[in-house]
Each structure stands twice: as structure tokens, then as C-alpha cells.
Write a protein that binds this ligand. Structure first.
Ligand SMILES: NC(=O)c1ccc[n+]([C@@H]2O[C@H](COP(=O)([O-])OP(=O)(O)OC[C@H]3O[C@@H](n4cnc5c(N)ncnc54)[C@H](OP(=O)(O)O)[C@@H]3O)[C@@H](O)[C@H]2O)c1
Length: 276
């Protein structure tokens, strides 16, 4: 229907894909905003923004590659202002917890002039099954430059539920929902949960940052990506986010999903043994 589209940036990614599925199931007209979308949307090509925003009245903003990187706040702010100029009245932003750059991105989106909701999120559980940790889990050894710090991994399904509530229901405007899962886990704990769920002998191995980045470079991971991972593992995973919050409860009126349930479901899908 003309004038009623919801633009979902990162609409094929970990949270965006789930937001699109939920909106579509509710009969809400939705447009995927990504480089493979129709029309294509690219954060690095401003000329693609206006066509993607045509007829949109609400938008889910998932910045790439990460809202914490230098320049992200300015770019996200410029997009949000263009969205408002184009007729968007509601903006929902996925942001990162404990990241100064991401918090600047939140402020830029808040200042754009639409109703806004922020989902300030801890690490997604799905990083183990749909992102850069997948290959390591499949190989049987997850080696990361992190030791005993704990993280309240949050389920991308919960984030998508909260995003859809904020995009489609009243009562979420002006809310910063700091979202976590219900339990603090070290990375070793998380890997052990996946081991139990899959019945495989899975090992977590703490490594030094230099060895980790050298390994990534050997696999020809782009330098930007290596820098981003180094920042996340050294600065953000320093214990600052080792606490639980009630964001999912406040947004949805229910408890967040536990990592164990995520691990069981992902194991059943076959993603970790290559049969998915
Ligand atoms: N992962 C986490 O644990 C975590 C935690 C807290 C906050 N966040 C935030 O969540 C956001 C998304 O991160 P994510 O890890 O979940 O990634 P993701 O959404 O899984 O990333 C992939 C999505 O981004 C699109 N994309 C990639 N490059 C793009 C570009 N240049 N222009 C437009 N779209 C592009 C991809 O589609 P195409 O390939 O078709 O372009 C795909 O839809 C980030 O801003 C991050 O800061 C992530």
C-alpha cells in the first residue's frame, strides 16, 4: 500500500531478517534495505538512500559494519534526517551496549525529529551460528582473545520482537531499551552450552590479541574487520557490560530467552554440523 512501507535496514542480517519475517507475517508492507535489496541500499552510497526511503513511514536502522566505528554516528544521523525529510515518523535503532561511538549514533538518531526507540544491545547469541564465530564452532575450537569476562548474550529473536513492537505499537517512543539475555556467561560457558546442545566435543581456548589478529590476517580477513574485532574484544569486553538489564521485559512484558534454548534450537537446525 502506498505510503505505508516499513524500511528494514540490514533486512537480510541477524536482526533485520527476523524483523522482516515478523512484519510480513502481520501483513505490514516491508522493504529490505541492503545492498541486495530492491532498490539496493548501501550505507556507503548516499545516492541509494532516497529511493530506499520512498513511501516509508517507519524504519529499522541497523548500521553496517558497526555503530561504534568512527564516522558511524554522523552517517546514521544523516540517514535519519533524510528519513524524516522523506516522511518517516518512527525510527527504531539497534545500538551497542557500553560503546561510546554507538551512544553518539543514538543521539544523532534521537535528534532527527521522528519518534525514536533505541535497542541498546549486548552481544547477540547468533554470532555463534550466523556470524564470525560459526566456522570456529564447526571446526570444534573457538579461540578468542577473551578470558573470564562474562557477557549476557541476547537472542536476536528477542531483539526482533522488541523492534517489531516499537515499529508497530504505541508506547515505545522515547524509550532506550538496554537489552540483555537472562544470564551472564563467559565465552567458555557459551561454548560449553553449544557443546552440550550438539553433543560434540567443543573447546574454548583463550588466546592473546596478537595471535588472534595474526590468525585473522592469515585468513585474509579485511583490516577494518580485524580492527573492529580487536576493539570489541579489548575495549568493550572489559567487564563493563557484565550485568543483566530488564530491557526485554520492559519492551515485551516477558523474560528474555536463555542461551541454552538458543543453543538447542540452533543445534537442531543442523547449522553447526553443516546440514542446515
Ligand atoms: N552482532 C552483535 O552482537 C551486535 C551487538 C550489538 C549491536 N550490534 C549492532 O547491530 C548492527 C548490525 O550488526 P550485525 O552484526 O547484526 O550485522 P548483520 O545485520 O547480521 O549484517 C548483515 C546485514 O547488513 C547488510 N549490509 C552489509 N553491508 C552493508 C552496506 N554497506 N550497506 C547496507 N547494508 C549492508 C547485509 O545485507 P547485504 O549484504 O545485502 O548488503 C545484511 O542485511 C550494527 O550496527 C552493530 O553495531 C550488533
Amino acid at each position: 500500500m502506498l505510503g505505508m512501507t516499513t524500511l528494514v535496514l540490514g533486512g537480510t542480517g541477524k536482526t533485520g531478517r527476523r524483523v522482516v519475517e515478523r512484519l510480513t507475517a502481520r501483513g505490514v508492507p516491508t522493504r529490505v534495505g541492503s545492498r541486495s535489496g530492491e532498490p539496493p541500499f548501501d550505507w556507503q552510497d548516499e545516492a541509494t538512500w532516497e529511493p530506499a526511503l520512498r513511501d516509508a513511514r517507519a524504519a529499522y536502522i541497523s548500521f553496517q559494519p558497526d555503530l561504534a566505528i568512527p564516522g558511524a554516528a554522523e552517517t546514521a544521523g544523516a540517514f535519519a534526517r533524510l528519513a524524516v525529510d522523506s516522511g518517516v515518523r518512527r525510527l527504531v535503532l539497534i545500538s551497542g551496549r557500553g560503546e561510546e561511538g554507538a551512544q553518539r549514533g543514538e543521539e544523532a538518531v534521537q535528534a532527527a525529529g521522528a519518534d525514536w526507540t533505541i535497542l541498546r544491545s549486548s552481544w547477540f547469541s547468533q554470532n555463534f551460528s550466523e556470524s564470525f564465530l560459526l566456522d570456529a564452532v564447526r571446526a570444534g575450537v573457538v579461540a578468542l582473545p577473551v578470558d573470564s569476562v562474562s557477557e549476557p548474550f541476547v537472542d536476536a529473536d528477542d531483539i526482533a520482537d522488541a523492534a517489531v513492537a516499537a515499529l508497530t505499537e504505541d508506547g515505545h517512543a522515547g524509550e532506550v531499551y538496554e537489552v540483555t539475555g537472562p544470564r551472564l556467561l563467559t565465552f567458555a560457558d557459551a561454548v560449553a552450552e553449544i557443546g552440550r546442545a550438539t553433543g560434540r566435543d567443543l573447546r574454548f581456548a583463550p588466546v592473546g590479541l596478537e595471535d588472534y589478529t595474526a590468525e585473522l590476517a592469515a585468513y585474509e580477513v579485511p583490516r577494518d574487520e580485524i580492527e573492529l574485532l580487536s576493539f570489541l574484544f579489548t575495549e568493550v569486553l572489559d567487564g563493563r557490560n557484565a550485568s543483566l538489564t530488564d530491557g526485554i521485559e520492559r519492551a515485551l512484558g516477558r523474560a528474555p530467552r536463555d542461551f541454552r534454548d538458543y543453543a538447542r534450537e540452533a543445534a537442531a537446525s543442523g547449522v553447526w554440523n553443516g546440514t542446515a
